[in-house]
Design a protein. Structure first.
Length: 230
C-alpha cells in the first residue's frame, strides 16, 4: 500500500468509461445507459464507474465491462485519458476510456432492462453527457485503424461467421461500401480462414457457408513475413 508521501498533493477521482461496440442488424451499435444519478441524471451516458483504491485501471475497466455485459475475456483496448478541468460537473474526475468488442450472441438482454440501457446505432448516436461523444469519436477512429492492421474484427463473432456478415460488419465500422469481389479476394489471399461444411440459410434459400478464423494459420502467415491488411 502507498505510504502517503504525497499527502499534501491534491486528490481527485479516476473513472473508466467503456465504449461497448456490438454488431447487430448489419450495423455497428454502442451500448448506452440512462445516467442513474446526478449530475445529468436521466441523460444518455457510456457505461462507466470509478477505479477502486486496490485495482489497476485495466481491472477497473474489466469490472465495468463484466457488470454491464456479464462477459469475460472481452477484447478491449485503452483509447485515452480525458482530464479537462470541469469535464465532469460533479467533481474533479479524470476518466480513462476503453473500447470493447462484444459478441451479441452471448449478450444477456435482461441486463439492458436492469440498467435502463439499450443498443444504439452508431449513425444515430444521441447527445451524451460530459465528453462522452468525443470518447466515442476517438474510439471509432482507433477501431478503424486497428481493424485495418490486426484481425480484431473476428472478435465480434461467436467463432463462426459468413463472408456476407463479415463484409456487412466492415462496412458498418467504416460506414462506407466495399467491393464484394475485392473484399473476398483480399481475405482469401491471406489464407487465415477455414470454411465449414454448414451454411447459414436465414437470409436466402441458397445460404452462405460459415467460416472461422484460424489462429494457427494467422501465426504462420505472420512468420512468413506477411502482414494483415483488411
Amino acid at each position: 500500500m502507498p505510504t502517503g508521501f504525497y499527502s499534501h498533493d491534491t486528490k481527485f477521482l479516476v473513472a473508466v468509461d467503456c465504449i461497448i461496440f456490438g454488431f447487430k442488424d448489419k450495423e455497428l451499435n454502442i451500448l448506452l445507459t440512462r445516467r442513474p444519478l446526478e449530475p445529468n441524471k436521466g441523460e444518455w451516458s457510456l457505461m462507466g464507474g470509478f477505479m477502486d483504491e486496490n485495482e489497476s485501471v485495466d481491472k477497473a475497466a474489466e469490472k465495468v465491462l463484466y457488470r454491464y455485459t456479464r462477459q469475460q475475456g472481452i477484447y478491449m483496448e485503452q483509447v485515452g485519458a480525458y482530464g479537462e478541468i470541469g469535464r465532469d460537473t460533479g467533481d474533479r474526475v479524470v476518466s480513462v476510456a476503453y473500447y470493447a468488442l462484444v459478441r451479441l450472441e452471448e449478450f444477456d438482454t435482461s441486463l439492458a432492462k436492469a440498467f435502463d440501457a439499450k443498443w444504439v446505432n452508431i449513425r444515430e448516436l444521441p447527445k451524451l453527457i460530459f465528453d462522452h461523444n468525443l470518447m466515442v469519436e476517438d474510439a471509432l477512429r482507433l477501431l478503424r485503424y486497428k481493424v485495418s492492421l490486426q484481425p480484431i474484427i473476428f472478435e465480434f463473432f461467436d467463432e463462426k461467421f459468413t463472408l456476407p456478415a463479415l463484409q456487412d460488419l466492415w462496412e458498418a465500422i467504416y460506414q462506407m461500401p466495399v467491393d464484394k469481389r475485392n473484399f473476398r479476394k483480399k481475405i482469401a489471399t491471406m489464407g487465415i480462414l477455414d470454411k465449414l461444411e454448414v451454411k447459414d440459410k436465414s437470409s436466402s434459400k441458397r445460404g452462405a457457408f460459415y467460416y472461422f478464423f484460424n489462429q494457427k494459420k494467422y501465426t504462420e502467415f505472420l512468420e512468413n513475413g506477411n502482414r494483415f491488411s483488411l
